[in-house]
Design a protein around this ligand. Structure first.
Ligand code: AOS
Ligand code: ZN
Ligand code: ZN
Length: 424
């Protein structure tokens, strides 16, 4: 579906006066408003290709209508999101759920839509049709060297796809672990995984990174071989300078202090980036900011503080990705909400009075420190984020635009009502 530019301009014109009133009010409260706006305009979050179809649960899947049926259409969906918010200029592919057959044409489509290829994801947590050996008892950790080799080769294959498309990172998430005590020798599982990762690492092109994603539990429920940030950081440190720890917000035991983990990984120069989502109980993959928006803000607060302290570039030095998908929402609406939540948290973090916060910390003024953070968190910065969109040619209110313009209805007309996106 092609969206004519003037549709967005017309929509924005309709809402211009209302927006201006809100923006003038909020910008009068912020001293470095132009600088903040530029950072918001530059910031891009990658959309996972597997979130464009209605997600399933392990009990069932209720496919939506007008879902993308192939990679080309997935790119179109992300292109549409990007046209609406100008903040989703990248897609993260999952092999073999996405098999780029004709690189040149896929790249041309992406370029036309203003999209880059973010980290590519390997998949050794499922057996594929016609696969020789099974991953039932793990992949990179497997007791059988032949299974490990198959999983290593797959990862190297994924890197090759990524190279063709212009990606520069591989994300490895492993479901490896055990379900029962005694099933696994922890040390051997770790060593096997490390050796396997070393072979993958050796295949990385010079300008590539590998992101090691950890997860506390599921699908293995007794132990996970990359179960927490400590384990991931061990691997990353042993592997070398191209290896980093990836934080998926849903992959911690309940109540973990994720913002502190982020601060320390940044300090060590080992933070890869994020899989953003939200959760109430486990790896729920809910819409970003839907459950714990304050936590999201606190994470961004550490990110901005830590990245600025290290002189890092907010846009390029970390991988910003969403990993959420839902069963009851329209996937595109869900993703618009997620990106919006990320932008708001980022805007808030950029406007924290850091001098005052530092002073409060140095003086052990606990009350003042809390006031500073909560003052910012409770300031409504939605108009600031909308202004950034306006300036970059996006829609002031992407979700409203999506609904007003009946974009899903249009996709259903083009693709049909019985569609199932490939993926989970
Ligand atoms: C799984 O829980 C992880 O979040 C991975 O990032 C996974 O590859 C992704 O969710 C797609 O299944
Ligand atoms: Zn993830
Ligand atoms: Zn997950």
């Amino acid at each position: 579906m092609l969206l004519e530019k003037n549709r967005i301009a017309d929509f924005n014109a309709l809402h211009a006066a209302d927006h201006k009133r809100k923006f003038d009010f909020v910008s009068s409260e912020i001293n470095n408003v132009e600088e903040v706006l530029q950072k918001l305009i530059d910031f891009q979050v990658a959309i996972p290709s597997w979130a464009l179809g209605t997600g399933g649960t392990r009990f069932g899947r209720f496919a939506g209508a007008g879902e993308p049926g192939n990679l080309e259409q997935k790119l179109e969906d992300v292109g549409l999101l990007h046209a609406l918010n100008q903040s989703s200029g990248a897609i993260s592919l999952h092999i073999p759920w996405d098999i780029p057959e004709n690189y040149a044409s896929i790249k041309a489509t992406a370029a036309q839509l203003g999209l880059k290829f973010d980290a590519v994801n390997s998949n050794t947590f499922q057996d594929q049709k016609d696969q020789e050996l099974s991953y039932k008892f793990g992949s990179l950790q497997h007791v059988n060297k032949a299974v490990r080799k198959q999983a290593i080769d797959h990862n190297i294959e994924v890197i090759k796809h990524g190279v063709e498309l212009g990606s520069t990172a591989l994300t490895v998430w492993l479901s490896d672990g055990s379900c029962f005590p005694g099933q696994l020798n922890f040390r051997k599982a770790f060593q096997n995984t490390l050796e396997s990762l070393q072979e993958i690492y050796a295949a990385l092109p010079a300008d590539w990174k590998v992101f090691v994603e950890y997860k506390a539990f599921e699908p293995n429920f007794y132990s996970m071989t990359v179960g927490d940030w400590g384990q991931s950081l061990l691997y990353a440190n042993k592997l070398g300078p191209k290896a980093y720890t990836l934080v998926d917000l849903g992959h911690h035991l309940p109540n973990a202090n994720i913002e502190q983990i982020v601060a320390l990984l940044l300090m060590e120069g080992k933070l890869a980036g994020f899989h953003f989502n939200d959760s109430k109980y486990g790896d729920d993959d809910l819409t970003v900011g839907s459950i714990k928006p304050y936590q999201l803000f606190l994470i961004f607060n550490e990110l901005v503080e830590g990245m600025d302290a290290r002189g890092m570039d907010h846009t390029t030095d970390l991988g910003w990705m969403i990993d959420a998908s839902h069963n009851v929402k329209d996937p595109l609406e869900d993703l618009l909400q997620s990106v919006e939540a990320i932008m708001i948290a980022y805007a808030q973090a950029l406007t924290v009075d850091r001098k005052k916060l530092n002073a409060a910390q140095e003086a052990n003024d606990v009350v003042a420190a809390q006031e500073i953070l909560q003052h910012t968190f409770r300031t409504d910065l939605r108009a600031l984020v909308a202004e950034a969109r306006l300036r970059s040619g996006a829609a002031l209110y992407p979700l409203q635009f999506f609904r007003d313009q009946k974009l899903r209805e249009q996709l259903i007309k083009e693709r049909g009502s019985k569609t199932v996106a490939t993926g989970l």
